[in-house]
Design a protein around this ligand. Structure first.
Ligand SMILES: [Fe+2]
Ligand SMILES: [Fe+2]
Length: 173
């Protein structure tokens, strides 16, 4: 995690209060060791999505607890796409399966409500068919896409842009 983000989060006492139990959970902390998007780890990615979504919800409205927690839990799974033997399985894990696994893990570890479940399950829409049903779900979906673009474009020296990613999403639907 970057020092800048870490400082920002530590100084935001309300955010810290909302997610403290998740961040201190040993099983959740295991995702610190899992690479994500080739440039970061799954824990840092999740924290970035969560805090960005929380900031959006503060700006445009939405349940702060729901966005902070579902943002943090949206990629709570241990499987690594690169380790799938078949390309088909890799694609399935990347688009359809991991949100469902994250819902199962989140229910087991923390218990989640219906809105949090939908936000986690639908964060890959339209790459899968789980549609965001709540404002909070759309915020997580949007925050995850923007943070992902930032992480992915970093790898390619900013040669990818939003339009490229949008077209890519459209083609592999
Ligand atoms: Fe994801
Ligand atoms: Fe994500």
């Amino acid at each position: 995690m970057s020092e800048k983000l870490s400082k920002k989060i530590k100084s935001d006492l309300y955010y810290d209060y909302l997610v403290k139990d998740i961040m201190n959970n040993p099983n959740f902390n295991k995702i610190k060791d899992i690479p994500h998007h080739n440039t970061t780890d799954r824990y840092t990615h999740s924290l970035n999505v969560s805090y960005f979504a929380y900031k959006i919800a503060r700006l445009i409205g939405g349940d702060l607890r729901v966005v902070a927690r579902s943002g943090l839990l949206h990629d709570f799974f241990y499987e690594i796409p690169k380790e799938c033997d078949k390309a088909k399985d890799r694609m399935k894990l990347t688009t359809k399966d991991h949100p469902i696994i994250a819902v199962i893990n989140s229910k087991e570890e923390f218990g989640i409500n219906e809105i949090e479940e939908n936000a986690i399950k639908s964060h890959m829409y339209p790459l899968n068919s789980y549609v965001p049903k709540h404002k909070e779900s759309w915020i997580i979906n949007f925050a995850d896409k923007l943070i992902t673009i930032k992480e992915v474009t970093y790898t390619f020296n900013y040669s990818f842009n939003i339009l490229t990613l949008f077209l890519l999403n459209w083609f592999i639907r």
